[in-house]
Ligand binder design. Structure first.
Ligand code: M6R
Length: 614
């Protein structure tokens, strides 16, 4: 939800800002803009509808000089995506410019107040209200920018990560955060501002994570200052990033999504590294070693997340209930947080999030924490808000996921849930040594098995071309593979814009079967386990109505192959590990369909990678 970037130093800022915007474009891409103070003391704002490349074109004949600047790539909340609503926004005096990620909830009452004070507005955004408020407070009380931002934010309700630039003081940049991520990079005589580390990592690995309700002043030739809204002065904690530049570039792949699909053997190996010990036949997860008693004593586990992470959570339910015999509830975070859920002291809440910044997931965690639950996080982004809010947790170590459609984050989340459930079952004596060791042994081979599916990409690509005509798809699965069907459907709709629904296969006859005709593609996730004969019957029901079946089956399958129009084989594995394999062809299928339809795979319309607004 919007990417913000800033620079203050001795280099020309424009190229650094544009490069940073490209790296943050996954967060929103309906308009973009930049503000710079040039050497004559002009505060120039350039902004335009469209992607960062449109901004670059727009700026070609403009004066883009200046060693201090802020820039923004937008995912619209207030006001449609057009030039006037793009950020940065000037204050009326044009002395200030602001970039903002988040939502100012009380912007209407603030706007009415400011209008009475004679302020006029050029845009429909909540952000412009904030910069006018800062300007008003600054002029009324003759304050520094730092103090004015501080005072203005104490009147604001909502979420923000902001950067503010002042025409008359090009040596200072002020930034602040609440519920939207913000990182400051510290270089040699220069500072960087970013929604995440990607625009910073090329220049420095020293970063400070800004916390909620903190306001920061960065100044040329001076140390940064941080003050929270309660006026407490804080010492910046400098962290070293372990990210490297290759992780955030395409590395020869046509899209980030394809790169990330192909990275899965590696990301799973990183995820299991030091945790899954095949030689010892053991799983060592610090979360379970240190807090296993919390899980053991829990009368139930609640899993909450959004989107793909929620699908991983649904697989988590099968895992914990199968192996640990602990009841599990899985709920999308936006519902959980608002329905006044019954949470008891001693409940364990597992929050799953790739970005670690999803607003609804964070709110669900806060609610559960307040009511006495033990909050465990499964998260990819190190140092993110989810990671900082948990009592304990496990990083997925998938590496940066830049394609908006989540792929390697999903498989690593499922891997962490699988390791957690197995380690806990072992601790609780709910699994035999034989089963435990056999599954671990098999788990260690899963990356190689994924690679064999990836090697079949050309066949999946060929099938994809056949189905570009489709307006609808149905995905069916059972047991561990029912959430996989839902995930396959989500992948398809978000990047190809084809409507798709995932169903438990047996549920089809309770409604969706009415949709089936000779045009309708049905993707059936049907590996060979206990429910095979049941899902075979479901395939027969589809074929009897002339639906087109694309089946994901276990290598050597005979019966479904006879019925299906197309089959994609995955290697044999333990049933509990099968989602890690069956999801791969579905990722590739949706990718190739979207590419064949000419879609913008990495930046699909209306979406953003990190949903920091509710
Ligand atoms: O960063 P999170 O895992 O919390 O994000 C949750 C969802 O927004 C995310 O999974 C979304 O559904 C993806 N676009 C799916 O591909």
């Amino acid at each position: 939800m919007c990417g913000i970037v800033g620079y203050l130093g001795d280099k020309q800022a424009f190229d650094i800002l544009i490069k940073g915007l490209h790296r943050l474009e996954y967060r929103g891409y309906d308009s973009a803009g930049v503000a710079l103070v040039d050497s004559q003391g002009n505060l120039n704002v350039y902004k335009t509808k469209g992607k960062v490349s449109s901004l670059e074109d727009y700026c070609k004949d403009k004066d883009t000089t200046g060693t201090v600047g802020i820039a923004h790539t937008r995912w619209a909340t207030h006001g449609e995506p057009n030039d006037k609503n793009a950020h940065p926004h000037y204050s009326q005096s044009k002395n200030l410019a602001i970039i903002h990620n988040g939502i100012i909830e009380n912007y209407l009452s603030l706007k009415t107040f400011l209008q009475k004070e004679g302020y006029q507005f050029q845009s429909d955004t909540d952000t412009e209200v904030l910069v006018q408020l800062i300007d008003y407070i600054k002029t009324q009380h003759n304050l520094s920018l730092y103090d004015a931002v501080h005072q203005a934010l104490s009147q604001v309700i909502g979420a923000y990560a902001i950067g503010v630039l002042e025409k008359n003081n090009p040596n200072v940049l002020v930034a602040a955060r609440k519920s939207s991520p913000l990182i400051i990079g510290i270089g040699e005589g220069e500072y960087f501002l970013g929604s995440d580390a990607s625009p910073i990592i090329e220049y420095t690995n020293k970063v400070v994570y800004i916390n909620d309700e903190e306001v920061v002043k960065i100044e040329r030739g001076a140390n940064m200052e941080i003050r929270n809204l309660k006026n407490v002065v804080l010492q910046p904690k400098v962290h070293e990033l372990s990210l490297n530049l290759d992780d955030i570039e395409k590395g020869g792949f046509e899209h980030f999504m394809l790169k990330e699909i192909f990275e899965q053997p590696k990301s799973l190996s990183l995820c299991m590294n030091g945790r899954l010990h095949r030689d010892l036949g053991e799983i060592r997860l610090s979360g379970i070693l240190d807090y296993g008693d919390k899980f053991e004593r829990a009368s139930r586990i609640i899993i909450t997340a959004c989107g793909t992470s929620w699908h991983a959570g649904l697989i988590g339910k099968y895992l914990f209930e199968t192996f640990c015999r602990i009841p599990v509830e899985v709920e999308v975070a936006s519902e959980f947080r608002y329905r006044n859920p019954v949470i008891q002291r001693g409940d364990v809440l597992i929050a799953i999030s790739q970005s670690g910044e999803t607003a609804d997931t964070l709110a669900a965690m806060e609610l559960a924490k307040k009511q006495g639950a033990f909050v465990y996080g499964i998260c990819n982004v190190v140092g993110s808000s989810v990671a900082r809010l948990t009592d304990s947790g496990t990083y997925t170590h998938a590496g940066p996921e830049i394609g908006v459609a989540s792929t390697k984050a999903f498989t690593t989340q499922v891997a962490v849930l699988t390791m957690t459930a197995l380690a806990l079952a072992k601790r609780m004596n709910k699994i035999t040594d034989e089963d435990y060791k056999r599954i671990i042994d098999e788990f260690a081979t899963i990356g190689d098995k994924i690679q064999t599916i990836l090697n079949n990409r050309d066949y999946i690509k060929e099938i994809s071309k056949i189905f570009t005509y489709a307006k609808n798809f149905i995905y069916l699965g059972r047991g561990f593979n029912y959430p996989v069907a839902m995930e396959g459907a989500l992948k398809l709709k978000e990047i190809s814009y084809i409507h798709a629904e995932g169903y438990p296969a047996a549920e089809m006859k309770h409604g969706p079967i009415a949709l089936i005709d000779e045009e309708m593609p049905i993707v059936v996730v049907a590996p060979h386990y206990a429910m095979y004969s049941k899902i075979l019957s479901n395939v027969q029901e589809v074929k009897a109505r002339k639906g087109k079946v694309i089946a994901v089956v276990t290598e050597g399958d005979v019966d479904i192959k006879k019925l299906a129009d197309y089959t994609i084989e995955v290697p044999q594995t333990e049933e509990c590990l099968s989602p890690l394999l069956t999801v791969i062809p579905l990722q590739l299928l949706s990718y190739y369909i979207a590419v064949a339809k000419g879609r913008d795979v990495d930046q699909p319309r209306n979406l953003a990678k990190s949903v920091t607004v509710e």
